[in-house]
Design a protein around this ligand. Structure first.
Ligand SMILES: [Zn+2]
Length: 257
């Protein structure tokens, strides 16, 4: 029996038009940051590690001078991965695998707290994040992911437990190696955690991309693939940063499945 939990790993305020690019700029918007804990009989997988707990206290060091002009961390005490796991009675040692959807600061900020886990990251993601001068810049995010952790670079789909129930899906475009998470019940697609391949329901429904992206045509293709999983395969879709969805989402310790 598998369970999936949604963890609140931060809040960020930014301009709504940065996420839905055809809207008028100048609307500040507070969005949630989420991570997912999959409790599988063969071990636990954490999908994304959220915003680092220090980002709330020292945003300049954690985010850098450029990024703090565009966004503000709005997290409260406890809105980060270690206390969120504690809501489930877990510590980082209880997590066998960590997968980062991508290596932006709000998805890998808590990586350093999992020195005993095996990390799954798409090869083009880790390579781009480590490349000096890569645009758009990941920096100063090396502070978030550049630790002596057990990173396994994967290429495309990866079946985490070998039984088809928990699969990492390449959804490139937002970044060079973005990935989403698919949970299957037998052959049926049950849950998809899109992460930043789709920020909000509005992006998917209206087929609008955000301003923050690496490659628009690749991203549009990934978005179409996710839409198929939602509309044709009937999967429950979790969007990357959707405040309206967040209001109705059961939070840990309550499971979503
Ligand atoms: Zn994000």
């Amino acid at each position: 029996m598998m369970h999936v939990y949604v963890l609140c790993t931060g809040y960020i305020e930014l301009d709504r038009a940065s996420m839905v690019s055809d809207l008028k700029p100048g609307q500040p918007w507070t969005v949630p940051v989420t991570s997912f804990l999959v409790d599988h009989p063969r071990g636990r997988l954490l999908f994304d590690t959220g915003v680092h707990c220090q980002a709330r206290i020292d945003p300049l060091t954690r985010l850098g001078p450029e990024r703090i002009k565009r966004l503000t961390v709005k997290s409260q005490v406890g809105d980060d991965v270690v206390p969120q796991l504690a809501r489930l009675g877990l510590t980082p040692d209880d997590v066998r695998y960590v997968a980062n959807s991508h290596l932006h600061f709000d998805h890998c900020g808590g990586n350093e707290f999992f020195p005993g886990a095996t990390f799954f990251v798409q090869r083009p993601e880790l390579e781009a994040a480590r490349r000096p001068g890569f645009v758009p810049r990941y920096s100063p995010s090396p502070i978030d992911f550049d630790h002596p952790l057990d990173y396994r670079m994967i290429d495309g789909e990866h079946d985490v437990f070998g039984d088809g129930s928990v699969v990492l899906l390449p959804t490139y475009g937002h970044t060079p190696g973005h990935q989403s998470l698919l949970i299957r019940d037998g052959k049926r697609a049950q849950v998809v955690c899109a992460s930043d391949a789709c920020y909000t329901r509005e992006n998917m429904d209206r087929d609008v991309l955000p301003n923050v992206l690496w490659n628009p045509s690749v991203m549009r293709e990934s978005l179409a693939g996710l839409r198929k999983l939602r509309d044709q395969a009937g999967a429950m879709m979790f969007y990357g940063h959707d405040p309206a969805q967040w209001e109705t989402t059961p939070r840990a310790p309550a499971p979503v499945i």
